[in-house]
Design a protein around this ligand. Structure first.
Ligand SMILES: CSC[C@H]1O[C@H](OP(=O)(O)O)[C@H](O)[C@@H]1O
Ligand code: ADE
Length: 293
């Protein structure tokens, strides 16, 4: 059995409002230490419909970790180290389009990264790699997530660009209008560098943006505030949780390799020749890129 034909092990990163995953038969809550530190919370390891699921509350159980303080490297590394085959992100987001209404989900397939200074690579001086981010989302997982959300009774939009802002403040009106003029679809504060790191760890990644608001551009809606985001999420949390239930039914435990080749994307990405690599850096990297080191 090659690494890519292992049974499914779906890592779910629950964002704002999604702090637990009811229905999961819990095996254990694992404290994980990675070469990049600890993830946001202990990882809940369990099973749902015969599928192994790893659940991580992205901001911690009590929502104590802000977007800029997220240790995305530790979160992704923890998933990889625990054997994840895929990562599904459930993320609250603002909308830049009338038709992407609060309560709808967007299976985003592109990102624009406007975050600043977040550690965004596992690779560093001593071992340099460049992976492609042209198609940052796993097409298969994204479609499965979209179908699962529909089965859970949610209106889903397939495709769309997620603008990742630094935060934690919401956008100014000028920024909101600029992003709209750029053709962005949704906005949030967490998908970057998470998606980049998932790619470097050869983990197929997909995201369901759970629309909570129209940011601040919409004349008929007030500017976004946390209370309204959380109120919408309280209504939609059940849809998010049901979506995870449905996706495990859809994908099942048997898994074929990712059709986009994400699990082998490091084959030609590392530019530093073996003899020039820093052994200490390589030691850390084994946690996420052991296949090629
Ligand atoms: C509580 S509103 C802003 C907050 O919500 C989103 O988090 P997540 O993506 O983890 O659901 C957004 O990105 C901000 O971090
Ligand atoms: N309008 C918004 N901007 C950034 N992050 C968000 N999360 C939810 N709504 C958001």
């Amino acid at each position: 059995m090659t690494d890519q034909t292992r049974p499914t092990c779906l890592a779910v990163f629950g964002g704002s409002g999604v702090y637990e995953m009811p229905g999961l038969t819990i095996e254990e809550e694992r404290e994980v230490e990675t070469p990049w530190g600890s993830p946001s919370a202990p990882v809940t390891i369990g099973e749902l419909n015969g599928v192994r699921v790893l659940f991580l509350s992205r901001h911690g159980k009590g929502h104590t970790v802000p977007p800029s303080g997220l240790n995305a490297r530790a979160n992704i590394a923890a998933a990889k180290m625990l054997g994840a085959t895929d990562v599904l992100s459930l993320s609250a987001c603002g909308s830049f389009k009338e038709e992407l209404a609060p309560g709808h989900f967007v299976a985003a397939d592109q990102f624009v990264d406007r975050t600043k200074g977040r550690p965004s690579s596992f690779f560093e001086e001593g071992c340099v790699a460049h992976v492609s981010m042209a198609h940052p989302v796993c097409s298969r997982l994204s479609e499965e997530a979209a179908k699962a959300a529909e089965a859970a009774g949610t209106k889903v939009h397939r495709g769309g660009t997620y603008l990742a802002m630094e935060g934690p403040q919401f956008s100014t009106l000028a920024e909101s209008e600029l992003y709209r003029a750029w053709g962005m679809d949704i906005i949030g504060m967490t998908a970057m560098p998470e998606a980049k790191l998932a790619r470097e760890a050869e983990l197929p990644y997909a995201i369901l943006g759970m629309v909570t608001d129209y940011d601040c551009w919409h004349e008929d809606h007030g500017a976004v505030d946390v209370a309204s985001v959380l109120a919408i999420l309280a209504k939609n949390r059940v849809h998010a949780q049901k979506t995870v239930d449905e996706i495990t039914k859809l994908i099942g435990p048997e898994r074929t390799p990712c059709p986009d080749g994400i699990e082998t994307c490091l084959d030609y990405a590392i530019v530093t020749p073996k003899e020039a690599r820093d052994p200490e850096v390589v030691k850390k990297l084994k946690a996420v890129a052991g296949r090629v080191l």
